[in-house]
Design a protein around this ligand. Sequence first.
Ligand code: PLP
Length: 427
Amino acid sequence: MSLALQKTLESSYVMPAFGRSAVDFVSGHGMTLVGDDGREYTDFLAGIGVCCLGHGHPALTEAVTRQAEQLLHVSNYFYIEHRGQVAALLSKLANDDRDGARILADAIWAGREDEIVAAATPAEGEQVWETFFANSGAEANEGSMKLARLYAKRVGNGGNTIVCLRGGFHGRTLETIAATMQDWLQDSFKPLPGGFVACTPNDVDELTAIFDQLGSEICAVMYEPIQGESGVHPLTPEFMHAVERLAHEHGALLIADEVQTGIFRSGKPFAFQTYGVKPDIMSLAKGIAGGVPAGAVVAKKEIADVFRPGDHGSTFGGSCLAVAAAKAVLCELVRGAYDDHAAAVGAYLALKLADVPHVTEVRGSGLMVGCDLDHTMTDAHDVEAAMLEDGFVINATGAHTLRFLPPLICEQADVDALAEALAKVLA
Ligand SMILES: Cc1ncc(COP(=O)(O)O)c(C=O)c1O
């Protein structure tokens, strides 16, 4: 169908909640997206940080195809072959246990049950993390916040207030907008659910004052280790350690929203590992199933176990298709050491961007990189559009900020091509 007809139909029948670029991608391979006119584009957005293995990856395509042929969905009332394997692997990854994750991923990949049993049996004293499967990032955050409140009520400090950071982004449901401390996202939808307090990121004094005032009314602090939607702003290690100290002093939990930073993007399985500050609960989505909708709440077992049947649920969460895809993605990422790859190529990307004229600051970790443009430049959205004209998919998060979230298979040669094109556009 022609792009013109698609535009006509969408403008009549699809809600105008998004502005769109006039491109119709019809296929993809690796870092490349192909338009309906056969034109190729290099993808530095990956469907907003989702397609971590790139497009048309054989292992993911095969897993999804095979699962679609066998069984798509049965619901959480029944056992699903791949669900426990994915959860066990997430537990190893949450512990940043490289060897353990590798042994388990190899066993899962080969389907060797005795080896899966051996690798998945927790060692003495090993922290076990349990997973609840959801469908999206917002839904994962809803689950994380519900779990934190339930834990506080049944076991913890009895508090119900969640401290969130200004400039953060946690999703588009009413509860996750309430947690997203940005006026332009909240204002039109008031009244919002209560029980949220805002703190300025990296302001240890403000956080201390909030805890001094509210104490054990606070059941959790929720944060993105690197704020993504607002332009790739990492939290400082000092702030992260203060969050950990204050939360633990007052019996509150740490919720890391790793929806964008997680699943190897930051150069570690999860970005919290670059700070050495372990959350109690984390939310995942985006890359976890490489493009098949999926999300997850991953929590320390002693916290997760407050959930009883009926406390939380989802019809689609952890469907046969989603967990088959997640299994393929996680095994591929672990076995291919894509954390190291993202760290190395991401550092190269940051270096190359810093050399581009009119770039004033580069921020990020691994293959989650943002850069600011000086104010002599036109709006960054125009830069995004000009780059698309030149065959590169990138993203502007504000008038002066560009964001790069390429597939984790991105290579230095892709970065060289991007930096050259960007320098030309900005010249
Ligand atoms: C950090 C973070 N949390 C939550 C979300 C919401 O995820 P979803 O759009 O899958 O609901 C996003 C989406 O960009 C995100 O970046």
